[in-house]
Structures are given as C-alpha cells and as structure tokens.
Design a binder for this molecule. Structure first.
Ligand code: URA
Length: 438
C-alpha cells in the first residue's frame, strides 16, 4: 500500500478502510511510517474528520497495537475503573482522584498522557517527583495497583504504542482538537488498560480542546458510543475549563498543590468540586455506591480521614519516589530560581482568562514541548492564581510566575497580563460541573 494514497484519500474527504487504518497503526507502532506522512494524515483527519466507524476501527487497532492488560488473575476485590480528562490547564485532578477512589474500594490503573498542545500532561507532572518511575514494567504496575489500589503511569513502550507516537506528533503539529482523534487516543489507552468502567472528564471552555458546550457534548457522545462498542461502560462529566483549575499551573507546582489538598491544608473550591464529582461518579458507575449522597459521603471520608493521602504516599514510594514525599514534598520537588508577582494594569475583579494563552505561556517558560521529544523544565509555571470574580489590584497579584531567568519571567508576566481581563464589578458565577452524560 502506498501511504501517499491514504493521505490523498483523507485529504479529499474519503473514508479510510479497515486495511488502511491497520496499515497506519502498524506503521505508527513499529516506527516505519515517517513523522511527516503521519503529520499530513493527522492534518487531513483534523480538517475532514472521520466517520463513527473509522474512529471505532482506529480506536481498536491502536488499543491492540501493544499489550492489553487483564486483571482477572490479580486477586482484586473491587472494580477496575479509571478517569481520563480531555485536557486542561492546571488539571491535577488525577493525583487526587486516583488515591481517593482507591481508598473507597476501587482499583485504578491510570495510564496518562504527556503534555498535549497547550495542556499539561499527568505523566510529565508525575516525573517531577524524584525517582518516580512513570513508565514502569507491567509487573511493577500490576503489583502497585494490586497493593495500593492505584498507580498513575505514562504510556510504556508496550501499551498502545501507536497512540504514543501519534499523540507526540499531534502535540507539535496543531492537530489535537479533533473529535475522532481525541476519542481514539483516549479510548485506545483505556481499552488496553483492561478496565471495567471509565469516567470521562470532558473539559469545555477557553482552556479546553472543545471550546463550546455543543462540541463538548459531541466529544462526550463520540467517546461513550465508541467505548460501548468495545464493551467499556463509560460516563462523561462535562466540566468548566474557562480558567486555570486550582491555584497552580506547571508540573512540580501542581504536584505540590495536590499534596496540600490530600493533607487537608485547604483547597481551591472549583478544583475540590470537580474532584469530588468525578470520584463520586466512579463509585456510582461501578455500583460501589447506589446514590449520589452515599457516594459523596464516602469520598468526603476518604479525603478527611487521610486515607487518600496515605494511598498517594504509598503509590509514590512503591513507584520509586521518596518514602517521605508527602511529609517533605517541598524538599523533594524542583524549584525555579526566579519567582515574582504578576500585577494587572487595571484594578477591579478578574473577569475572564484566555486559559489557552496561559497554557502557551507555560510552554514558553519551558514547562511544555514546542518540538518532538523536548526536555522540560519541571519547576516553572504559575502559582497563587486568583479565581474569576476575585479582586485584583496593585497589592493583590493575579498569580506568581516561576521561571528559570528574569527575562523569561518578564515575558510570562506580559503574556499573563494579556490573557487576563478585569471588570469593575464581579462577573456572574459560572458552574464548574456542567452536566453528566451516560
Ligand atoms: N488525552 C489523550 O489521551 N488524548 C487526547 O487526544 C486528548 C486528551
């Protein structure tokens, strides 16, 4: 088969056959298809989309491009379930939800992604913990899931390798925001993980790949429908991404915020609401709890008792991180040499954020990739973010920037100022958990 014919077919709006999709997936997995041809096809798919059937075939072929995990023989006494986000800025939900769900009786084998486009990646964030093996072998992954109840890892060479390569190419070729490509990317990893159930966090807003509610609903339906075909029960929760989620955005900074949350040292209200809603949905999906009130209570107990913090600490230690990480995270995490406040030029109330531009500012600081395989500066980003509706003035900065040089810090200050709008009165409050689709 000539791959140029495949590209041409999709470029001209045609529908790819099962053989053509398999050829693509084989060439991605064994590296025989060059990045320039994959990029061209990804752009053709981005522009002309894929039918529901094509997206389903791509999903299954990518899931089967490596090993598919099975948990029947692992002696687990609870359901195997996971959550996946479509991507956002400051989205550290996985580090909170996985240990909370584990403390509630779930087993969470979470195979996460690296940064994608302007969004941060859970795998990159995990790697800011010294010693943490984000791509362990299967034996260790299974052992940690079975003993702790959760393990957050990245894609290993063996798990959906076709998606791993396509994901990295999409990251740097502006071909991310495509419903069939996002569907196939997420579900291939989740099917390969051998789950009983999945809860999707579909982000909507200025920092999401889907900027309107209708697009977020379209993506939710695509994911739920394709997952059902593969026998994977999935619910979707659409959540707001019109502002940074929580107080921080940037790899190590988000890990630090996650530890403070698990230690019950205060949490940002929107982040807390999203974490609780998604974890409760996992308990309902798996039948661990029958009603919303019971699920909410069990989640609350797992957080407040410290049971979730204890699971997180064990997961970090068993994956090679420091045994005292949860107690001494500040000592272990990398820090940036330059930290400075960002004041907005106008006094008033924070009205809106161009959250996509904030994600790009983190990439420019070195916290995300501009080209394939680029090494990251895990210490950089923003902390102490104000939320929409908060007062900002010459005494109250909108955030603190963490940078490797004064020059980079100054550029990030300009970018954040351009991304934030101020109004004389507070804007109307916006719901963060918008709707659930099952
Ligand atoms: N997360 C993924 O794993 N893939 C995407 O394409 C988007 C979010």
């Amino acid at each position: 088969m000539l791959f140029t014919d495949v590209i041409r077919k999709k470029r001209d709006g045609g529908e790819l056959s099962a053989d053509e999709i398999q050829y693509l997936v084989d060439g991605l997995a064994d590296g025989s298809l060059p990045a320039e041809q994959v990029s061209a096809l990804a752009m053709a798919i981005f522009l002309n989309s894929m039918s529901f059937d094509e997206a389903g075939l791509l999903t299954i072929a990518m899931a089967q491009s490596g090993s598919v995990l099975e948990w029947q023989d692992a002696g687990l006494d609870g359901p195997v379930v996971d959550k996946h986000s479509t991507g956002g800025v400051g989205d550290k939900v996985s580090f909170l939800l996985a240990p909370i769900a584990a403390a509630c009786g779930c087993y969470v084998p979470m195979i996460s992604g690296r940064g994608l486009g302007h969004t941060g990646g859970t795998t990159d964030k995990a790697e800011s913990i010294p010693g943490y093996q984000a791509t362990p072998d299967f034996a260790l992954f299974r052992k940690v899931v079975a003993s702790v109840g959760c393990a957050i890892i990245g894609q290993t060479a063996d798990l959906a390798p076709a998606d791993r390569r396509l994901y990295a190419i999409r990251d740097v070729t502006a071909t991310v925001e495509s419903v069939p490509l996002i569907t196939a990317s997420i579900l291939s990893k989740k099917i390969a993980a051998g789950l009983d159930g999945l809860v999707m966090d579909v982000k909507v807003g200025s920092g999401a790949f889907m900027q309107s509610m209708s697009r977020a609903e379209e993506l939710s339906r695509s994911i739920i429908g394709t997952a059902a075909r593969a026998g994977l029960k999935t619910h979707a929760v659409i959540t707001d991404m019109n502002e940074v989620l929580g107080y921080t955005a940037g790899n190590a900074l988000e890990i630090a915020e996650s530890v403070r949350y698990l230690r019950n040292e205060g949490s940002e209200a929107r982040l807390d609401e999203v974490v609780r809603a998604l974890t409760a949905e996992m308990l309902l999906l798996t039948g661990i709890e029958r009603d919303a009130a019971g699920a909410a209570k069990r989640v609350d107990e797992a957080i407040r008792s410290g049971a979730a913090a204890e699971r997180f600490a064990r997961m970090v230690a068993e994956l090679g991180g420091p045994a005292d990480f949860i107690d001494r995270y500040e000592h272990h995490l990398p820090t940036a040499p330059v930290i400075q406040p960002v004041y907005l030029e106008q006094d008033g109330y924070l009205h809106s954020m161009d959250t996509h531009a904030i994600g790009n500012a983190i990439i420019e600081l070195g916290g995300g990739r501009r080209v394939l395989g680029e090494a990251l500066d895990l210490a950089v980003g923003f902390s102490d973010f104000k939320q929409i509706g908060d007062a900002v003035d010459k005494q109250h900065p909108v955030a603190m920037v963490h940078a490797s040089t004064v020059e980079k810090a100054n550029q990030a200050v300009q970018r954040l100022r351009a991304a934030a709008a101020v109004s004389p009165v507070p804007p109307e409050a916006r719901a963060v958990v918008c709707r659930t689709i099952d």
